[in-house]
Write a protein that binds this ligand. Structure first.
Ligand SMILES: [Zn+2]
Ligand SMILES: [Zn+2]
Length: 391
């Protein structure tokens, strides 16, 4: 549904809380904002209002122009009390100056973004970011395709660098050490999952970016010049392991390594299918080969065959859009790691499994996948994982 929004000025920076605050402050009394109309999806409008912390949506006057097309003429009041309780801007809320690449709306466009990092606490590690992987999750989040992005976003959760400062109680690393940070920067530390080294299942886990940290501020990720993170969520990097090559292990790596191990697809002689040869897929092929399995890459395009076989060492290659190829290989795989993060058919993949085979979905499409209950599921197991959440 679209509404016609009567808004102050179409030139108002659309996600800039400070500018909005200044404009609100310019009104000395409750004001009705009136201006050139903008067309906005309702959910965007509501999110925008939350972002600029204008909560009272006092009056919605509908104006039904015709019975097929509802145009709501929206008038809203700005309360002068709200700005006083506003948090500081990202640039001033912490003492350490930082900068990075930020997404400010759902366009997918990144631009330079100044913000700040907290002072290094006694259990914190500050490090200079040298490399950061680009995960497909970053693109999903930048465009708010999962619906919980908080703008501005500085993505990046495959972050590696060199320690520049440590808190007094930090034992794991010292200044000059190489370190990495993955998808999480916090959790409750006290629940059953946290006590079992399964912080990635903690209900109060804090994401590396677009999460809310314990001090109430928004977290920013690795598309930036420096990071500060709690020691517990820092990984000490092996001295002789290249930072740039290793960074993707912090998300794509663990997301594929973990299900291969967890579901027993790590035994020599098993046949494993890897769907998709992107960020997750190519790492999955390397792991599966290292475990000694026979690896079949399943891709929509023949163009990846050379890379899969010659570069990554896969044994077989199936074109998923070729029904003949797919139908010629039924019941041949012990398990499949499906890394595709777009909507795609699942049933043809299930058909490739042996009895009691396992299909593990680790991509995270923005729309639900269709899984008919009958007939293909005689004994196959379908598991759904997510980006680094099955570590
Ligand atoms: Zn990721
Ligand atoms: Zn917990």
């Amino acid at each position: 549904m679209f509404i016609q929004l009567t808004y102050l000025d179409s030139s108002l920076p659309k996600n800039d809380a400070d500018s909005a605050t200044q404009i609100v402050a310019a009104f000395r009394s409750t004001a009705i904002i009136d201006s050139p109309p903008l067309r906005y999806p309702l959910r965007h409008l509501l999110r925008r209002l939350r972002q600029i912390r204008i909560h009272p949506l006092l009056h919605l006057r509908h104006n039904i122009r015709n019975k097929f097309n509802l145009n709501f003429s929206l008038h809203f009041f700005l309360s002068l009390k709200k700005p006083q309780s506003m948090a500081k801007s990202p640039e001033t809320e912490h003492p350490v100056v930082a900068y990075g690449w930020g997404a400010r709306d759902t366009s997918g466009v990144f631009s330079p973004f100044k913000f700040s990092r907290r002072a290094t606490g006694e259990n914190d590690v500050q490090f200079k970011v040298l490399y950061c992987g680009v995960c497909h999750s970053d693109l999903h989040m930048a465009k708010n395709e999962w619906g919980f992005s908080q703008y501005p976003i500085v993505p990046g959760h495959e972050i590696v660098g060199v320690v520049t400062e440590v808190g007094a109680k930090v034992k794991k690393v010292k200044v000059g050490d190489k370190v990495g940070v993955g998808c999480l920067v916090g959790s409750c530390g006290d629940c059953g999952q946290c006590n079992s080294d399964l912080e990635n299942y903690c209900p109060k886990q804090i994401l590396t970016y677009s999460g809310v940290y314990t001090d109430g501020t928004i977290t920013y990720g690795g598309y930036s010049n420096l990071m500060v993170a709690a020691e517990h969520f820092i990984i000490r990097w092996p001295e002789n392991f290249p930072l740039d090559i290793g960074a993707p292990l912090l998300c794509a790596g663990i997301t594929t390594y973990s299900p291969l191990r967890h579901f027993g697809l790590d035994k020599p002689g098993l046949s494993v299918g890897i769907v998709g040869l992107g960020g997750l897929g190519h790492v999955a092929v390397k792991f599966a080969k290292a475990f000694g399995t026979k690896v079949t890459v399943i891709s929509t395009s023949l163009s990846k065959k050379k890379e899969a076989i010659e570069k990554l060492g896969a044994d077989e290659f199936l074109v998923s859009r070729d029904p003949e190829q797919m139908q010629a290989a039924p019941g041949t795989l012990d398990g499949i790691i499906d890394t595709v993060s777009a909507v795609h058919p699942i049933v043809p993949l299930v058909s490739l499994l042996k009895p009691n085979g396992k299909l593990i979905l680790v991509g995270a499409p923005e729309k639900p996948l269709e899984l008919p209950g009958f007939p293909p599921y005689y004994g196959e197991e379908v598991d759904i994982g997510e980006c680094n959440w099955r570590a």
